[in-house]
Each structure stands twice: as C-alpha cells, then as structure tokens.
Design a protein around this ligand. Structure first.
Ligand code: HEC
Length: 261
C-alpha cells in the first residue's frame, strides 16, 4: 500500500520534471518533442501572443544602444521594443517587468552562454508572434533566424548618432550565437579588455544592431511579408547545437550515437 503510494507520488514528480523540460528543451529537438506547439501555449489565463504595432528600426536601435548602459544586452533589446509598445499599445507591455531581464548580461549572469541580445530577441519574437498557428510563422523560428544572422554578420552593424566612444570600433564575425565566443573574438581583434570603454561600446552597438534587425523582421511579419529563414539545427545534427562544430571539436567532430545508422 505505502510502497504503491510512494511509487505513484514519485511517478507524478517525475512527470512534472518532464513537463518542465518539455517547455524549455523538448520543443527544440525533433527527437524529443513531447508536446505539440499548441500544447506548449500555457495555462488558460495566459493571453499570448501580444499585439504589435510597427516601429522605426533606427529609433529602436538608438533606444537599445542607450539602454545597454543601464540594463545591458538582453534587457536593452527587450526594452527597446517593449518600452515603445508600452506607449503605442499599453497593456500587457505596461505590466511586463522589462528590467528583470538584466540577468541576461554577459551570456546570463556572466557565464558567457547565449549572447543576451539573442535571448532578448527571442523573448520579443515569442511574445509577439507566439506559437505556430496553421500556415503562419512562429516566434521561435524568427528567433532562430536572428541567431543565424547574428552568427554570420560582421558586428556591430549599427553606429549610434551620438556614441559614447568616438574612436573606430572594429567589426568581427562571431560564427556563433554565444557571448563568450562573440566577445572573445572581438577582444582579440580589437586588443581591448573586458572593462575597456571600447568593449562596452561594442556590446552596446551590437545590441542596437540586433534591435534594428529584430524590428525590421517584425515589421515585415506585421505586413504579412515575412517568410522565415530560421531552422532548428537539432533537426539536422541529431543533437542540439550551433553549426560551428569544428570551433570546439577541431577536425574530429563526434557523431551522436543515435545518428549512426
Ligand atoms: C561551443 C562549443 C561546441 C560546439 C559549437 C559543438 N560542440 Fe559538441 N560538444 C562540446 C563539448 C564541450 C562536449 C562535451 C565534451 C566532449 O565530449 O568532447 C560536446 C559533446 C558533443 C557530443 C557528445 C559525444 C562526445 O563525443 O562528447 C556530440 C555527439 C557532439 N558534441 C557533436 C557536435 C556537433 C555535431 C556539433 C556541430 C553541429 C557540435 N558538437 C558543436 C562543445 C561543442
């Protein structure tokens, strides 16, 4: 009796864990997709996606640049879009805790994982576009497209009208969506350390560059012109990954066991 109850309880706990994982991880992996996109939509009280009104990319980028000096990369991308939608739309943007996304700084609390601009952009695309509905694009795929663009583009692309640093800021291609790799390659090219005004301004300009592109894509989507170029790498590699396998593995890239036929 008692044993059975414990078993049932632990089973329930186990199920709960899988459900949490499902929301965060399983949706990105073809092989582990436990929930359909529609089921991942949230509880009955949750209203999602949120209304969008077209914004000016250059104005958004200027806001993002300045906000970097207050709440850093991820928070600044979210703020650059949502602070304007607070004015143009109102709720739910007015109640949304923009500043809480300060934790995206330095690839999440300084861990150098995903560049905060990519995380911030994904928060915005997912709140505004939402999950896949029949025939249309979803926020996750636009987020994925932005990460690909971030990895491929020589950054920063945007120069603010009144930059804090006046000297030229070198441009580098990260070949990765990671903060560590992106900042590291830039610091090496510029020969500037983490605390230099140049490194800070580079990250602020990069933040502005991502905000600019994000709004370009959102405006296209609003006009019904958006066709995603996003893809889920996990589906081609059978492991969640970025495309730059050799950057970390050298020439000896391991194959996931379950991919070998
Ligand atoms: C940001 C660095 C990084 C990138 C990019 C990366 N990997 Fe990895 N990968 C690792 C690390 C670190 C491990 C764990 C240590 C190890 O086993 O080498 C790992 C583990 C793996 C494993 C588990 C098996 C094993 O031998 O460790 C596979 C399979 C794998 N990677 C494949 C890939 C493929 C395919 C790509 C590109 C599509 C890729 N990785 C890109 C860092 C990376």
């Amino acid at each position: 009796m008692e044993g059975e109850r414990i078993t049932r309880r632990s089973l329930l706990t186990g199920t709960g864990k899988i459900a949490v994982m499902g929301a965060g991880i399983a949706t990105v992996s073809g092989g582990l997709n436990l929930f359909s996109r529609a089921e991942a939509k949230g509880g009955p009280t949750e209203k999602w996606p949120w209304p969008y009104k077209k914004l000016d990319p250059a104005k958004t980028a200027e806001i993002a640049y300045n906000e970097w000096y207050r709440i850093f990369c991820g928070g600044a991308v979210v703020s650059s879009v949502f602070s304007q939608l607070r004015e143009k739309v109102g709720e739910p943007y007015k109640s949304f805790p923009i500043d809480s996304f300060i934790f995206l700084e330095g690839g999440i609390a300084g861990w150098g994982t995903i560049c905060g601009t990519n995380a911030g952009a994904n928060i915005v695309t997912n709140l505004i576009i939402g999950p896949r509905t029949s025939g249309s694009e979803d926020g996750m795929m636009m987020g994925s497209e932005i990460m690909q663009w971030y990895a491929d583009t020589s950054m920063p692309t945007f120069t603010p009208k009144d930059s804090k640093v006046k000297t030229e800021i070198p441009m580098t291609v990260a070949n990765s969506p990671l903060c560590h790799v992106s900042v590291g390659k830039w610091m090496q090219a510029a020969n500037k350390d983490l605390n230099s005004p140049e490194r800070k301004d580079r990250c602020a300009r990069l933040t502005a560059s991502v905000a600019y592109h994000l709004v370009e894509l959102l405006n296209d989507w609003k006009d019904g012109k958006y066709k995603t170029r996003g893809a889920m790498p996990a589906k081609s590699y059978n492991i969640q990954s970025q495309h730059n396998c050799t950057d970390c593995h050298g020439s000896n890239v391991p194959a996931p066991p379950f991919a070998a036929k």
